[in-house]
Ligand binder design. Structure first.
Ligand code: NAD
Ligand code: USQ
Length: 406
């Protein structure tokens, strides 16, 4: 297949491009490199030294003979170029990773809120309307988030996208209808993914665009089978307070003897998936495309759920790291249960990699190797969800909070 990977320079997009290229697909990476600019804005860098996208593509070609084509294009602001690109290249499938994906970054200031909404919603809408306008028949696979559901299950499992509801008609009859699971985003970033869902519903119904939306949990790990093949193919790894996600953050914190930064009681339960499974799920989703006129196919792309404090406990046991319970900069439930259905990927043959010490060790190993690249001042999560919470943010978990380290 000819596959366009939008956002293919990012943490999930790069290993997905390698994985699909390895299988013989023709890959076109489209990216505006905004994530690299955001690193500059925040004064941070990936824990792992990332080469330019052009250099990474060159290394892959010299190792495998497979071409990775890179196109510098902003999906949100360069609509005409996007439409022309689609008309010229006519991909069979499009994988859409190209959004601003950090909840803390999206809540930093009004400017960051505006940027995140403009970027994410325009990127998705530009893509959909350009697909219709050019008449290409590509299968669109979008990376959404578990966070569109919120994280409370009221004791029932979260279904894969749709909730069957009984509606009583005027004549008193009960009619069943599937509706999109009620959305309850917890940040401006998560809100953009909820808006994406409505865009997808409309274009699938109105224009027969074939769409799969993957509601993904938190991705952890750093290597995949392909990225291990050469040190210059190494993946991005974010550890800072805005872009670092919880499990990967705890692992690097343990590696540099920084207290594990648990927000609040750590009673938040979240869904997780290893990066290797994430790329495999995308391959499986590509092989199971909906037909024109079908409703959007929604998969829950996660393999297990964990409570934040249990993860901290596990890593502390493994490494001897101290745990700091910090005031939570986010507005979120202190404690929640989370039960999630993921039957569709299991039935397509996904054999989940679960949290094992071996794999956790591997990330700690990567962190130790590149520890000299870590700026400890960039570890605290300082982006607060409200002005009130901002006044309680802990900027120095290493110093001030040592009292509350257990
Ligand atoms: P990332 O920030 O590492 O990568 C996103 C890429 O998209 C970057 O290379 C960026 O430059 C590019 N991009 C952003 N806006 C663009 C635009 N307007 N035009 C062109 N390129 C643009 O993020 P990631 O961790 O790889 O996440 C990829 C997708 O998966 C996101 O949509 C995210 O919401 C979703 N997701 C990620 C996780 C996770 O834990 N990382 C979990 C669930 C879902
Ligand atoms: N947390 C801590 N300590 C930290 C960092 C986070 O306790 O140092 C807590 C947060 O308060 C939150 C939980 O861990 O309760 C998860 O935070 P996160 O930053 O790992 O994940 P989140 O903000 O939800 O976002 C990440 C990705 C996003 C993706 C989402 C999937 O950045 O792109 O959509 O995970 S999900 O969480 O399933 O919605």
């Amino acid at each position: 297949m000819k596959i366009a990977v939008l956002g293919g320079d990012g943490f999930c997009g790069w290993p997905t491009s390698l994985h699909l290229s390895d299988q013989g697909h023709e890959i076109h990476i489209i990216d505006n490199l905004s994530r690299r600019w955001i690193d500059t804005e925040l004064g941070v860098q990936s824990l792992t030294p990332m080469d330019s996208i052009q250099e990474r593509c060159r290394i892959w070609k010299s190792l495998t003979g497979h071409e990775l084509n890179f196109h510098l294009l902003d999906l949100a602001t360069e609509y005409e170029r996007l439409r022309q690109w689609l008309a010229e290249h006519k991909p069979d499938a499009i994988i859409h990773f190209a959004e601003q994906r950090a909840a803390p970054y999206s809540m930093k200031s009004d400017r960051h809120k505006v940027y995140t909404v403009n970027n994410n919603v325009s990127a998705t809408h530009n893509l959909l309307t350009a697909m219709v306008e050019t008449g290409i028949d590509a299968h669109l696979v979008h990376l959404g988030t578990m966070g569109v559901y919120g994280y409370s299950t009221i004791g029932a499992a979260i279904p894969e996208g749709y909730l069957p509801v009984d509606i009583e008609t005027l004549s008193g009859e009960k009619k069943q209808q599937d509706i999109l699971y009620p959305t309850r985003p917890g940040s401006v970033y998560h809100m953009t993914k909820s808006l994406d869902q409505i865009l997808f519903q409309f274009y699938a119904q109105n224009d027969g665009v074939r769409i799969t939306d993957l509601h993904q949990g938190i991705v952890w790990g750093t290597h995949t089978e392909q990225s291990r093949r050469h040190e210059q193919l190494i993946n991005r790894f974010d550890y800072d307070g805005d872009y670092g996600t919880v499990l990967n953050r705890f692992l690097i914190q343990a590696a540099i003897d920084y207290p594990l930064t648990v927000h609040g009681t750590g009673g938040q339960t979240r869904a997780f998936i290893h990066l290797q499974d994430s790329v495999r799920c995308i391959e499986l989703a590509l092989s199971d495309a909906p037909a024109a006129g079908d409703r959007v196919k929604i998969f829950n792309q996660m393999t297990e759920t964990h409570r934040v404090r249990d993860l901290a406990g596990l890593i502390s046991q493994m490494t001897g790291a101290r745990i700091a319970y910090l005031p939570n900069p986010r507005k979120e439930a202190e404690e929640n249960d989370l039960i999630v259905r993921n039957d569709q990927f299991l039935s397509l043959g996904l054999n989940p990699i679960t949290l094992e010490e071996g794999l956790l060790d591997e990330v700690v190993g990567v962190a130790k190797r590149y520890a000299h690249r870590i700026d400890r001042n960039r570890v605290p999560a300082v982006s607060a969800w409200t002005k009130d919470l901002a006044s309680r943010v802990e900027t120095d978990p290493e110093g001030k909070r040592l009292k509350s380290v257990s």
